[in-house]
Design a protein around this ligand. Structure first.
Ligand code: FAD
Length: 351
């Protein structure tokens, strides 16, 4: 009997579970461990936070199968020496093969008060909290989004449609969507100008206190601060003393396996890759882990092709968006429709 334990039922972990269930050897048992009783389509957490969708729209049921056990709980550690996963309030779970797909958390860059005085969208629990805070903000209150990358832009635009009365601003230490080509940046800036969202670049936040963000000596008043200013792997991975890249992501080999710890795979936002973290990448890695395990279980050498990603799509509310397909930018309603199509496919894929 071989125990395959998958930590995290998000984009990466669920891809592994669904893929393995298609061809599972009779003596293998799968364990899917997550702190949530269902999967969450994280790419839509911005809309949950803004109140434009219901949580039910972005939950996915975990699969059921006689050889799969779903374990509900908080993973607190992994002992690689004796091959056990520690889960709060339960006996340790032994594994023969382990897949770590626990995703990421906010990076506060050591800024004092940032964790205490902001809210976020990196977990479903955080997105729910943000939804409550934003929904309870007084009419014409001030919402500040820190970080003008994809997540910040999506939260701000969706919130504008959900709460036209609010004053919304985005602060960025560089400029809006600096990772995207100039034309896309310009398109997004025009959208925000038209929809009266304030954009401030070159803001060096040094501290947060209740209701105040400090840009050097300048005090920026705010009712709610939403933190979208960077990510890092989850705390459990942060604590692991294994080789990591500059972003703290675990270094893996071409099979997504820890080089010095055989049969432990790391995928998604926890793993070091030459791409930006994304749901698309986590799914591609998950599919490759399935290929590796199927090959090894059949005593074959795994053969993987290079991961190719299809591009990036972002939304500006429900009617507009932007995207980069290879090096071709797309804008407006078409980009938004494509993004909705990707969500529809993910929902279908994960059941
Ligand atoms: C607002 C926003 C918009 C985004 N838009 C896009 C987009 O348009 N396209 C795109 O490709 N990507 C997008 N992303 C990024 C994408 O969501 C992530 O890269 C992707 O979800 C990573 O997949 P993963 O499997 O690594 O982790 P996740 O999908 O985050 O899954 C991790 C799972 O692990 C569980 N977990 C974590 N820690 C523990 C623990 N200690 N114990 C038990 N369970 C635990 C979580 O509950 C979760 O189910 C977006 C992200 C955000 C926040």
């Amino acid at each position: 009997m071989s125990n395959v334990v998958i930590l995290g039922g998000g984009y990466g972990g669920l891809t592994v579970v669904h893929g393995l269930l298609e061809n599972l050897p009779a003596d293998a048992r799968l364990f899917l461990v997550d702190r949530m009783p269902f999967g969450g389509l994280k790419t839509e957490y911005y809309a949950l936070a803004a109140g434009t969708i219901s949580e039910l729209d972005i939950r996915v049921k975990f699969p059921t199968h006689p050889q799969l056990e779903t374990v509900y709980g908080e993973v607190t550690g992994v002992s690689f020496e004796d091959r056990k996963v520690h889960i709060a309030g339960r006996d340790p779970l032994p594994y023969d093969t382990l897949v770590i797909a626990l995703g990421c958390t906010d990076n506060y860059h050591g800024i004092p008060g940032a964790y205490e005085h902001s809210t976020g969208v990196q977990t479903m629990a955080a997105a729910r909290r943000t939804y409550h805070l934003l929904g309870n903000t007084k009419p014409y209150g001030q919402v500040t989004i820190v970080g003008g990358g994809l997540s910040g832009v999506e939260v701000a635009s969706e919130l504008r449609e959900s709460r036209p009365d609010l004053n919304i601003r985005i602060l960025d230490r560089s400029s809006l969507m600096s990772a995207f080509p100039g034309k896309i940046q310009q398109f997004a800036k025009s959208w925000f100008l038209e929809h009266e969202v304030e954009l401030r670049s070159q803001v060096q936040i040094c501290r947060l206190e209740p209701g105040v963000i400090y840009n050097g000596e300048e005090e920026i008043r705010t009712d709610v601060t939403v933190w979208t200013a960077g990510i890092q792997p989850v705390e459990l991975v942060q604590k692991m003393t294994l080789p990591k890249d500059k972003q703290g992501r675990l270094i893996v080999n071409e099979f997504h396996e820890l080089p010095d710890v055989p049969n432990v795979f790391v995928i998604g936002d926890c793993s070091s890759q030459p791409f930006s973290p994304s749901g698309q990448l986590a799914q591609a890695q998950g599919a490759q882990v399935v290929q590796v395990l199927n090959a090894r279980w059949n005593n074959k050498e795994p053969r993987l092709s290079r991961i190719r990603l299809k591009g990036t799509l972002g939304s500006l509310g429900k009617k507009s968006g932007f995207g980069l397909m290879g090096s071709t930018p797309i804008y407006g309603r078409l980009a938004r429709l494509l993004k909705s199509g990707v969500l529809w496919k993910s929902r279908r894929h994960f059941g």
